[in-house]
Write a protein that binds this ligand. Structure first.
Ligand code: ZN
Length: 195
């Protein structure tokens, strides 16, 4: 049974360090939560009352979600190195879970992720070619030009789409939204053959 803490009990300045482990470990915050917590209290007292305190903290966090958010944010800003270090450690310890998550995300929104990958690929290629690179959002290009191949002017199915540089990178074209149009995969490849 959870006892209520004495009314004179206060977290004092240690409150800032009370961060829930399971909730935030993923984002790099709470990996050393238990350690921080132990330091907040008189260590001997904490050892004896550990369970009670942890449960009390859990309830407090649940009942004060907004305040918790502010505390977490402050903690983030105050400990950038530890956030980075914890995030790295979390990733190493949960690599499999992380990779599985990364594999599953695209299954939920395949079209969105296809565009994101195409964007990254595009920037990599442009960098390799030494081209000028601007901000390129393929979704925006599709909104402007529609699913129409700019080479043969016929409609393109989403799974068949390539993004073609109107002036090829190899001819000094830039990697910018103005120079990129939707195209059929084979129209795009045929055009590259000619160059
Ligand atoms: Zn075409």
């Amino acid at each position: 049974m959870l006892e209520t803490l004495p009314s004179s009990f206060s977290f004092g300045p240690g409150l800032d360090q009370i961060i829930p482990t399971p909730l935030l470990a993923r984002s790099g915050v709470g990996a050393s939560f238990e350690k921080d917590l132990a330091m907040t209290y008189d260590p001997a007292w904490y050892q004896v009352n550990k369970k009670k305190v942890n449960e009390w903290n859990r309830r407090w966090r649940e009942a004060n979600k907004e305040q918790m958010k502010a505390i977490v944010k402050r903690w983030y800003l105050a400990h950038p190195d530890r956030v980075r270090e914890n995030r790295r450690r979390w990733y190493l310890e949960n690599k499999e879970r992380w990779l599985e998550n990364a594999r599953n995300l695209p299954k939920k929104e395949p079209e969105k992720w296809k565009l994101i990958w195409a964007e990254k690929r595009g920037v990599r290629r442009a960098r390799k070619a030494g081209s000028d690179i601007g901000r390129v959002e393929l979704r925006r290009i599709l909104n402007i030009h529609g699913y129409i191949c700019h080479i043969c002017k016929a409609p393109v199915a989403p799974w068949d789409i390539h993004f073609d540089h109107v002036i090829p990178l190899s001819k000094g074209g830039s990697h910018t939204e103005e120079n990129i149009r939707p195209a059929h995969a084979d129209c795009n490849l045929r055009k590259q053959d000619k160059i």
